[in-house]
Design a protein around this ligand. Structure first.
Ligand code: GRF
Length: 211
């Protein structure tokens, strides 16, 4: 049985697109049941609609002082579409411990850095400024603390001497689009066991570490 996945977006939605494309394969263990955006103008919504995938907007603005109300409205939308696993894909709102608890070990995120380095925003410029030689992306299970949680998969890229934030971001994004569908597939095939901060996955399913 394919798992029903809800994808939360706020903007461009290129990772969402990678997940939707992957889910077209007959043997992919997930189907995309809902695309949910907190911004009515998210570009990714148009793509979802052209693909015939249910798309919904829960605008955070009317809930400015009521984060719980915002999340309960999202939760109702996810439940009404029978969602079993939630993938954050460029969703730019912090989720509360309540929401994380509803989706314990069923909520994943992609972060554009090799966690636990460079949590938060502006990861590519910070990686360049720090002089690291390897950078990349991480798919992890979400916990209450921002950008923390058991790591499902990572992909690394070199940082080249002439890199700008843009060139490095593009190199990382290509890796994001490879590892996010693979990591979601692992979770949806019940191939992940979690012990503390360690998520154990079959080694054979890991992609090459360095792109
Ligand atoms: C990606 O870099 C992702 O890692 C981060 O936000 C960005 C979203 O891009 N969480 P997109 O909307 O998936 O194109």
């Amino acid at each position: 049985m394919k798992k029903r996945v809800g994808i939360l977006i706020s903007g461009r939605g290129s990772n969402m697109r990678a997940l939707v494309e992957a889910a077209k394969a007959p043997d992919y263990p997930a189907e995309i049941a809902l695309i949910l955006s907190n911004r009515p103008d998210a570009a990714g919504l148009d793509y979802a609609r052209t693909e015939g995938i249910p798309a919904a907007v829960v605008d955070h603005k009317p809930f400015r002082k009521d984060r719980e109300g915002f999340e309960r409205t999202m939760q109702a939308a996810l439940e009404s579409h029978g969602v079993e696993i939630v993938a954050l894909a460029g969703f730019m709102r912090l989720v509360t411990p309540w929401f994380v608890e509803q989706w314990h070990d069923r909520l994943i995120n992609i972060h554009p850095a090799l966690l636990p380095s460079f949590k938060g925003l502006d990861t590519h410029q910070r990686a360049i400024d720090a002089g690291v030689k390897l950078h990349g992306a991480t798919v992890h299970l979400v916990r209450a603390e921002m950008d923390e949680g058991p790591i499902l998969m990572q992909g690394a890229v070199p940082v080249l001497p002439d890199d700008s934030e843009e060139t490095l971001a593009a190199r990382v994004l290509a890796v994001e689009h490879r590892i996010y569908p693979q990591a979601l597939a692992l979770l949806c095939s019940d191939a992940v066991t979690v012990e503390g901060l360690r998520a154990k996955t079959p080694v054979a399913d890991q992609p090459p570490l360095i792109a």
